[in-house]
Design a binder for this molecule. Sequence first.
Ligand code: 5AD
Ligand code: SF4
Length: 466
Amino acid sequence: MNKFYFLGGRMIIEELHQHIADKNLKYWLQSFGCQMNAHDSEKIESMLEQIGYIKAQKEADANIIIYNTCCVRENAELKIYGKLGYLKTLKKKNPSLIIGLCGCMMQQDIVLNTLKEKYKFVDMIFGTYNLYKFPEILKTRLETGDPVIDIWDTHKEIDENLSSLRKYHFKACVNVTYGCNNFCTYCIVPYVRGRERSKNSEAIINEVTNLVSEGTKEIMLLGQNVNSYGKTLDPPVSFAELLEKVSTIEGLKRIRFMTSHPKDLSDELIDVMSRNKNICKSLHLPIQSGSDKILKAMNRIYTQENYLNLVKKIKSIIPDITLTTDIIVGFPGETEEDFEETLKVVKEVKYLSAFTFIYSKRTGTPASVMENQVPEEIVKKRFNKLVNVLNEISLDYMKSQVGTSVQVLFEEKSKSNAETITGRTDTGILVHAPASEDLIGNFAYVKITNAKTHYLSGEIIKEELQ
Ligand code: 5AD
Ligand code: SF4
């Protein structure tokens, strides 16, 4: 069954290739939202390139435009509707332009109905479960000229086995789980990405081994909650076991993973992280709120005390670890005292950085019908205060790094200075250094000379070209 679908996809790609390649047709793909979406977009991009489309330099030049949408917060959705206005004008100028929408937003009936009623110029709509069907959907659109809408409301047991086009040859993402079972009361993800499914551990090991043999040095294992990986596999495999196996892959220099739900982070995992040098000493551990009352209303399952004890344990076993987090400000019922509890945790944990979000009401989630929604002006004030506190902590930490030598994997040219390149330390800190582009994709030691809130800069003292 799996093979049938996969072979079908491959055959359709080849068929489309005969019609598309050599025609200089261009694509534009834009990804919104999280790392998971970014990785899905790489898979779509890979299919587009295999079909024979070429990446457009600007959106207006494209023959096919795909938006991979996000609906985690309302702002992300509004952005898409705003962009659709622009696409309508492009389509008026060029009626043969093909417009496709996919991703989380498409999994909501309300969005689908709005698109069908008011945005009839959209050619293809598909969801999060049937990404791999993209070639078939495109073929149907090209052959019939009719819009194609293909949304599945649940996951079907199909091994996607999709290759992805990688932005960097030296680092890559690999999904370990899809979906989420946690139902945090503010979050729409379990409704649009479905129940948690774990990828077979052998398939993950094979995928990483292949990537490493192609030159990948750094791997990011991805899942909404990697810590609950493997519970439904037969036999079950824990995330710690998987991580340890991945860490033994010859030639793999760095392993990162995200996201970790604090309630599922095991002692076994901390032990595996502490024992294996190539597992990065950084952990993304979303707290969401520091108040026990709010954590309960969010259905996060842990208390402030549980969380702080966990952090204490992690730091005692891995002292040089850096922690990052996600925080929501203005969840329904959040009082000034609740918010102060969040600030207290932030000051105690001393996060390297945090993704901070203003609570966004998502239709269909339990929190959207909770009373005591917090007024916008109050939330904004709290949000600004939180960002200031986080920035102060980050700057203090960054300053403490001046004078040290850090190992950096260089990733790209700096955006602000043509003479410098940028990379990351094992602990996830951004480092700029003046150096030749040849060092991109390689490790080097950098002596830190300057610290800013969100990055360090310094001089290269030793290159490790490979
Ligand atoms: N409002 C604000 N932030 C949200 N997140 C998820 N749902 C919402 C929402 N309704 C944030 C959480 C999560 C991150 C990916 O997005 O902090 O960890
Ligand atoms: Fe959403 Fe909670 Fe699942 Fe994260 S763990 S995806 S916040 S429901």
